[in-house]
Design a binder for this molecule. Structure first.
Ligand code: THU
Length: 137
């Protein structure tokens, strides 16, 4: 997996963030098992609750185009500005939504400040003992 390429895609996607209320800009880049990248940004709303995170934007774009098998996601989030000053871990809702389509033991989550500075976890570490599709099979 080309981690730097995935981070670069997340950083680029962050530029489209629509976040006038929080001023917190997030970009995500989701890698399919076949190597295709789908990107997303957070999109806020004046009514607040319809706001969607960057991770789910990327995932829903991919699923709506027929993709169901994913390998990794890179996330870059930080208050408005070019410089990424913190690691932006996926929120609980996004972890659960990723869980729906990913094997938590295999799926990789990358949070990045830059192409050189990042941390990597498996989804299972971020969402242990999760509830997923197998529970309802
Ligand atoms: N946000 C994301 O895009 N991803 C996350 O995992 C956490 C939060 C966005 C939602 C909202 O637009 C802003 O960050 C502040 O919560």
């Amino acid at each position: 997996m080309d981690v730097k390429k995935l981070i670069a895609a997340a950083l680029f996607a962050r530029r489209a963030s629509y976040s006038p209320y929080s001023g917190y800009q997030v970009g995500a880049a989701l890698l399919t098992q076949k190597g295709k990248i789908y990107t997303g940004c957070n999109i806020e709303n004046a009514a607040f609750t319809p706001t969607i995170c960057a991770e789910r934007t990327a995932l829903f774009k991919a699923v709506s185009e027929g993709e169901r098998k994913f390998a990794a996601i890179a996330v870059a989030g930080s208050p408005k500005g070019e410089q990424i000053t913190q690691y932006s871990w996926p929120c609980g809702v996004c972890r659960q939504v990723l869980r729906e389509f990913c094997d938590p033991e295999l799926f990789t989550v990358i949070v990045a400040k830059s192409e050189e500075e990042y941390e990597i976890r498996k989804l299972a570490e971020l969402l242990p003992e999760g509830f997923g599709p197998e529970n309802l099979a």
